[in-house]
Ligand binder design. Structure first.
Ligand SMILES: [Zn+2]
Length: 303
């Protein structure tokens, strides 16, 4: 076991992250996470950091679920984790992942997917929808030019443009104006953490399952995965993702079905870790030692 998920085929998607993010309140009191003024972007491929990405997201979900039990008393730790997460991986790209529309920009109406984190509405006006993701823009920051056969975004800054190679909406997602509500990210983390817990319950059940059990049906919405075929020294399928969220959902599905790598919760601290062998119970030697100390104390006190 080398601790890597085997992602067959040429999986990849360039995603953008900024060097710094901040938590900021919008005019209606909604709490957003947004790139800091003066931060710079860099590109990376989420599939190269697949294992860390899954563990970090489940950790966010875990903390959020813990806080729910305590009536949300200490949000500081959760907010810090989310800031670290976005610095490592960028925002989720929910503007694209939550609708069926490919380009979003230039469409008059957007059609929302089921169980999205953004709104209960099924259909929305384009501009109302887009403004949910750019709450801090000022007049002239972003301009959409509509031509007869295409649309274009003009931004008051230098950030990547894909010129038709990827959906137009990504020009916006990769700009410094693009923000996401902190609760959207939390809810996604919770969904993945809950799914992982449910799956573990079935995996560890002593009852033999005789039929396929779908774990939390209807929770994954990787609606817009495309592909192209590329030729270099060999022919490859090149998978294309419209958002980091969709990439994470795909990575997660590979992670929990992979037979050569085991994601497991530590028996001592409950954190998710990659087990080096099928018998590993603890995330590291510290947890193993602590668990052993606890066990021997319990033995001595006759429990
Ligand atoms: Zn541990």
């Amino acid at each position: 076991m080398d601790g890597k998920i085997s992602l067959i085929g040429n999986f990849g998607t360039n995603w953008i992250k900024y060097s710094d993010y901040e938590i900021r309140e919008a005019s209606k009191g909604d709490i957003y996470i947004t790139p800091c003024e003066g931060s710079v972007f860099s590109m990376y491929n989420p599939f190269n950091v697949a294992e860390d990405l899954i563990i970090d997201l489940i950790t966010i979900g875990d903390i959020a679920l813990e806080l729910e039990k305590e009536n949300n008393k200490n949000k500081e730790r959760l907010n810090n984790k989310i800031l670290i997460f976005t610095k490592k991986y960028g925002l989720l790209g929910l503007i694209s992942a939550s609708v069926y529309n490919r380009d979003v920009i230039g469409d008059e109406k957007v059609l929302l997917i089921k169980n999205n984190y953004i709104t209960k509405e099924k259909i929305m006006d384009e501009s109302e929808y887009i403004h949910k993701f750019i709450p801090f823009t000022e007049e002239g920051d972003i301009k959409v030019n509509k031509y007869k056969n295409c649309v274009d975004i003009v931004k008051r800054e230098d950030s990547p443009k894909f010129y038709g190679k990827r959906p137009v909406v990504l020009d916006l997602v990769f700009s410094k104006f693009y923000s996401e509500k902190i609760d959207w990210i939390i809810n996604f983390g919770k969904m993945i953490a809950l799914h992982f817990n449910q799956l573990s319950v079935y995996k560890n059940t002593s009852v033999n399952l005789t039929e396929n059990v779908t774990i939390m049906a209807g929770k994954f919405h990787a609606e817009k995965i495309g592909f192209t075929i590329e030729q270099l020294d060999k022919t490859n399928i090149s998978w294309e993702f419209d958002s980091l969220k969709t990439a994470i959902e795909t990575i997660y599905a590979f992670a929990v079905t992979d037979e050569t790598i085991v994601f497991r919760r530590c028996k001592h601290c409950n954190d998710v870790f990659i087990a080096n062998n099928t018998r590993a119970k603890y995330c590291d030697t510290t947890c193993r030692n602590r668990a052993n100390v606890k066990k021997s104390r319990e033995r001595k006190s006759g429990k």
